[in-house]
Design a protein around this ligand. Structure first.
Ligand SMILES: [Zn+2]
Length: 333
C-alpha cells in the first residue's frame, strides 16, 4: 500500500508505505551502522538487484561519481504518478494514491563521507542533485520534490555507504504549504520577501553568519529548532533549486563543503539530516520568486526529540545559535 492519508483536523499528510515495514517486534538497530564493504549492497549494484537509472561521471570523465538507482522499497509508486492524485476515499478522511519518484543517489566512494568532499567535489554533487531534480520535474506531474540525506542511524540512515535520496509527491506537505502561504502574506503586507529581510537582518547582525561568498550565505538561524542547525541561502533570491545556473555551482560547492566540514569537525562527525527546500513544481514559472527562496537546511542530531516537542510542536533548544555559529567560524578545516 502506498497512499497519503490526510488528518482532517490538523491537515497533516501521512504517507503509508507498507512495503517498507519491519516484522512486528523486530528491534530498531541502535548501534552504529556496519561500515564494512562486505555487507554493503552499494558495492555491486547489479548483484544487489538495484536498477541504475543514470550514471554521472566525474569531471575528468575517468570514473563514475554518482549512480542514480530506483529505491528498492519506494515510499511512493512511480507508476501511479499523476498531477491530481487519484482519490481512494473521500468520505470523512481524504485518502489519495501516493504516486511519484523515489530514487537514491549512490556516491562512488564507500569510505568518504560527504562532509569530507572538497568544494569542487561538492559542486559536482549539487550539479547532480540539480540535474536529477530537473529530470523529475520534466518527467512527472508531481507537485513537490525533496532531495535529502540521512547520515547515520540517529538521522534515519540504514546504510553506511554515502547516499542521498529524492522523493516526489502529488501532495504538498503541510509545512511547505504553510511556509509558502505565510511568505506570500508577508510579501503582500510589506512589499518585500521575508527571506530577503531575514538574510539582510542576519548579515547585519553578523553574529550567526558561518560563511559567506558572492552567491551564498550560511548561518545558524536566530530561531534554530535544534542545536547547531544551519541554513544556506542563495543571494539571488530564486525559488526553484533546479533552475540554479552552472555559474553558481562553484560557490554553492564552497558554501556546503565549508559548513558541512566545519560542523562535522566541531561536533565530531555527528549524525545529521540535510534537505533542499525548493518551491513546489506544479507551477514551473518564476512566480514563487516574489516571496519564496530555495535553501538548504542542515540538522545535526545531537539531542533526541522528546515528548514535549512531539506533543506540542515546540522545540526546546539548549544551544544559543550565536554560540553555535561562533564555534563553526572558529573551527579550521
Ligand atoms: Zn559501499
Amino acid at each position: 500500500m502506498n497512499e497519503f492519508r490526510q488528518d482532517m483536523i490538523s491537515g497533516l499528510w501521512v504517507l503509508f508505505a507498507t512495503n517498507r515495514a519491519r516484522r512486528p517486534g523486530d528491534p530498531i538497530v541502535c548501534e552504529a551502522l556496519d561500515k564494512s564493504k562486505d555487507v554493503c549492497p552499494f558495492e555491486d549494484l547489479e548483484i544487489s538487484g538495484n536498477k541504475v537509472e543514470k550514471t554521472y561521471l566525474n569531471k575528468s570523465g575517468d570514473d563514475w561519481l554518482v549512480k542514480v538507482i530506483s529505491n528498492k522499497y519506494p515510499a511512493v509508486d512511480r507508476s501511479k504518478t499523476t498531477r491530481e492524485p487519484k482519490q481512494i476515499k473521500a468520505d470523512f478522511f481524504n485518502v489519495v494514491e501516493a504516486g511519484g519518484y523515489h530514487e537514491v543517489f549512490v556516491f562512488r566512494n564507500h569510505d568518504k563521507v560527504l562532509a569530507d568532499y572538497n568544494s569542487d567535489e561538492m559542486a559536482e554533487v549539487f550539479g547532480v542533485y540539480r540535474d536529477r531534480f530537473h529530470h523529475v520535474v520534466d518527467n512527472t506531474s508531481s507537485k513537490y520534490i525533496l532531495v535529502f540525506t540521512n547520515y547515520g542511524i540517529k538521522a534515519g540512515g540504514t546504510l553506511f555507504h554515502p547516499h542521498s535520496q529524492i522523493i516526489s509527491t502529488s501532495v504538498i506537505p503541510l509545512s511547505a504549504q504553510n511556509s509558502l502561504r505565510d511568505a506570500e502574506d508577508y510579501f503582500v503586507k510589506n512589499s518585500q520577501k521575508p527571506y530577503d529581510k531575514m538574510i539582510e537582518w542576519e548579515i547585519s547582525e553578523a553574529k550567526r553568519i558561518i560563511y559567506e561568498n558572492e552567491d551564498f550565505v550560511a548561518f545558524c538561524p536566530f530561531v534554530s529548532r535544534v542545536p547547531y542547525e544551519i541554513r544556506i541561502f542563495p543571494k539571488d533570491s530564486t525559488s526553484h533549486f533546479w533552475k540554479t545556473d552552472d555559474s553558481k555551482l562553484p560557490d554553492l560547492g564552497r558554501a556546503v563543503s565549508t559548513v558541512l566540514g566545519k560542523m562535522s569537525k566541531a561536533l565530531k562527525y555527528p549524525d545529521y539530516n540535510f534537505f533542499i527546500h525548493s518551491a513546489p513544481v506544479y507551477d514551473k514559472s518564476d512566480k514563487f520568486d516574489d516571496y519564496y527562496t530555495w535553501h538548504i537546511e542542515i540538522m545535526p542530531k545531537v539531542e533526541f526529540v522528546g515528548g514535549f516537542e512531539i506533543g506540542s510542536g515546540v522545540y526546546i533548544n539548549a544551544i544559543d545559535p550565536d554560540e553555535a555559529a561562533k564555534l563553526f567560524r572558529e573551527t579550521e578545516i
